[in-house]
Every structure is written in structure tokens, then in C-alpha cells.
Design a protein around this ligand. Structure first.
Ligand code: COA
Length: 206
């Protein structure tokens, strides 16, 4: 049986900022590159992303920007999602701290071999716990390609609501993509969490 989330994080020397039943999250590290590079090269995984699938060179550039050591200056934190079993990186997402106590989450990708297992939903819920419980943020929002049905279902599952659509929100190839905007405020998150029995499985170390 897996140890509790709290015990797992205590034992770990990896600097986790959040641990749940099956996943853990921490700031991205150099060692993550081989796994993330493979995920970013997958055309199916990247088909809704602004960049599309990345070449080796593009992956190196993106990764270089993500691990730049100016954490105290920037308000954007790229995180690696690890599966606790196997301790392997299975994806990434970023959280940008904004004005007015809000955060924007973006660039979530999960290795195709872990799709439809609930791991993505758990990882996003862990991010919400990090924002709302760990940092007392008041609003989390994100933008999602209007044709990205699996992402939209995941966002709805964790409690975000569609609040509108922005035409030509993100560049893609030579054109632009319309995106649905999803949002969740702390008040609604707290109501949802009060209804759940499994909150202790989500541990945050801000
Ligand atoms: C978007 C993305 C992260 C969602 O991942 P996912 O694999 O669809 O998410 P999950 O595994 O959490 O959920 C998928 C399904 O598995 C089901 N599932 C299976 N086992 C489950 C479990 N143990 N717990 C919860 N759900 C489970 C869910 O109910 C869900 O069903 P549904 O889609 O029919 O509603 C993933 O598709 C991805 O990486 N896409 C490419 C990148 C991308 O588009 N990113 C989004 C940018 S906005």
C-alpha cells in the first residue's frame, strides 16, 4: 500500500510542493528533460497546443526558458507532474500568479500512455489545492481550444465552469484558435471541497 501523501512528501528529497494519492508535483528540474521532450514530440498530445509537436531544438529552447533560475523575479512556475508509482515524470503544467489574487494555468500535457486513467484529473485537482489552500488564491482560470473535448471534460470534472469564449485567443500555425475560458473562484471551490471525503489525500507544501 502507498504511504500517506504527507509521509511520502516528508521522505522525499525531491522538493515536492504537492502530493496526492497517485501523483506528486514539483518545480521542473533538469533531469525531467528526456521525459518531457518525448511528450512534447508527440503529435497527438500536442495537437491542441500553440506550438504543435516540438523538434529536439524547439524542446531544448522551451525547456531552457522553463528552468531559467530567476524564480524570484518571475511569477510563472512550470511544474512537473510525477506518477508516485515509479516516480516518473508523466507530464507538466504551468501556473502564473497574476494581479488581483488570481492564477492562470496553462500548457498542461500528460503522456499519452497515462490518458484515461484519471491521473490528469487528479493532477489538476492537486494544482487547484496548491492555489486555493496553499496560496489562498481567489480565482483560477484557464483557456482551452474550443475543440479540445478531453481537456474541457477534465476542467468541468474538477469544478471549473465555462465563462465565455474568446475568438482568436491563441496562435496556431499561420492562424488563430478560438478558446473557451474556464474559471473557478475560492468560494465555489470551498463548497465543492466540503462535499468531498478525500481531501486529506491532497497535501500541499507551499
Ligand atoms: C487534456 C488531458 C490532460 C486530459 O487527460 P485525460 O487522460 O483525458 O484525463 P483523465 O485520465 O483524468 O480523464 C479521462 C477519462 O478517464 C476517466 N477515468 C478513468 N479512470 C479514472 C479514475 N481512476 N479517476 C478518475 N477518472 C478516471 C475519466 O472519468 C475521464 O472520462 P471522460 O473523459 O469520459 O469524462 C490529456 O488529454 C492531454 O494531455 N491532452 C493533450 C494536451 C492538451 O490538450 N492539454 C490541454 C491544454 S488546455
Amino acid at each position: 500500500m502507498l504511504e500517506s501523501s504527507r509521509d511520502y512528501a516528508k521522505q522525499s528529497t525531491q522538493g515536492f510542493i504537492g502530493v496526492s494519492e497517485r501523483v506528486a508535483i514539483r518545480l521542473i528540474k533538469k533531469d525531467d528533460f528526456p521525459c518531457l521532450r518525448r511528450i512534447w514530440a508527440d503529435e497527438l498530445v500536442m495537437r491542441h497546443m500553440t506550438s504543435g509537436a516540438l523538434s529536439e531544438q524547439q524542446a531544448l529552447e522551451k525547456f531552457g526558458n522553463m528552468i531559467r533560475p530567476n524564480v524570484h523575479l518571475r511569477r510563472s512556475y512550470p511544474l512537473t507532474i510525477l506518477q508516485r508509482e515509479g516516480r516518473e515524470p508523466i507530464g507538466t503544467y504551468s501556473i502564473d500568479f497574476e494581479r488581483h489574487s488570481g492564477v492562470y494555468t496553462h500548457s498542461m500535457v500528460i503522456d499519452r500512455s497515462r490518458w484515461n486513467t484519471g491521473l490528469a484529473t487528479e493532477a489538476y485537482r492537486l494544482l487547484l489545492t496548491f492555489a486555493f489552500s496553499g496560496h489562498k488564491i481567489n480565482r483560477v482560470w484557464t483557456a482551452c481550444d474550443i475543440e479540445n473535448d478531453s481537456a474541457k471534460r477534465m476542467l468541468a470534472r474538477v469544478g471549473l465552469s465555462k465563462v465565455g469564449t474568446i475568438a482568436e485567443y491563441a496562435p496556431r500555425g499561420d492562424g488563430w484558435v478560438d478558446c473557451d475560458i474556464y474559471s473557478l473562484v475560492a468560494r465555489s471551490w470551498n463548497i465543492k471541497m466540503a462535499e468531498r471525503q478525500d481531501n486529506n489525500a491532497f497535501q500541499i507544501y507551499p
